[in-house]
Design a protein around this ligand. Sequence first.
Ligand code: AOF
Ligand code: ZN
Length: 353
Amino acid sequence: MTTDEKFMHRCLQLAKKGEGFTRPNPMVGAVIVHDGKIIGEGYHRQFAEAHAEVNAVRSVKDPSLLSSSTLYVSLEPCAHHGKTPPCADLVIEKGIPKVVVAVLDPNPKVSGKGIEKMRRAGIEVTVGTLEKEAEDLNRFFFVNQLYNRPYVILKWAQSADGFIDHSRSSAEVAPAQISNEVTHSIVHKFRTRVEGIMVGTDTAILDNPKLTARKWYGDNPTRIVIDREGRIPSNAAIFNDDAKVIVFTRGDYRVKKENVKPIIIDFEGDTNRQILQQLYTERIHSLLVEGGARLLSTFIEKNLWDEAFIEVAAKRLLTGVKAPSIPLDNAIINRYLDSTQHHLKNKITQNFL
Ligand code: AOF
Ligand code: ZN
């Protein structure tokens, strides 16, 4: 690890402290180094509050050292007037002569402009130290900014022989038990990390899931369900009062509850894309798709997914509903979405314990 990487690693550590509090803003960390020693640290603690650079500068006890220090920051300092003034201006104003940045900000209001501003002021700026790690940390934010849609995570459990359930046509028959208590809790943890959780009509009817994160500490995501023809009974668990619900439907929706918001779409053309666009305007920046197989497959076919968590159990079912098909040769596969500019990959994590 080079010296620059060591200090950038510290920035990433600091950035992670903001996990869960900054969204949909990125997690960002910054350190200020003088004579090989860290003299200041900061991170973006909370959405709408001070940026990492501001907190790092504030933490320096002797501000006269700033004019001979290096600022390390895990995201390009901003150049725009948002909820806070531009960080690039702060760096210039404080006379910091050198800045090491991990990755450019994908936000079109910033991208490249922060770097340009600082360089124009005579600051030595390098970009690209631990770039992949920095992008990976903020992968939700990168996908949001680059594609204007939620970050999409697919999740399912399958038997060793590739089935996600036995064939059922009624909710009277219990679903096949593939995951165990421990993986169940981990799935609930995933649920606290996203803003939306989605299932198809048949899953909502047959499994009758609550889709809450009750086995983990944290917030319930908004539940999202597709119910084109209004087939889901109004007493289904998904409509209980534990969390909000968004229903994608074709016409007037008969379930009228305060926590249930119907959104009418025409179901023509690219439905997945339409749904993601609508969810993005509803401020759902990350989405966990939990089934069924048909809904998951549509996201895979359209390449509208970013990450998949697949639990492969030891038991066999021999027959039933086939699991979606996705390359499974590695625990994490490296399929670049856009290898020319970004390191974002479609990630697959198999057996996530
Ligand atoms: C930085 N340092 O620590 C963060 C940055 O609404 P605002 O004012 O908080 O601005 C949000 C945007 O600022 C966000 O979309 C991203 O482009 C950038 N975030 N920039 O220099 C930080 N969190
Ligand atoms: Zn900023």
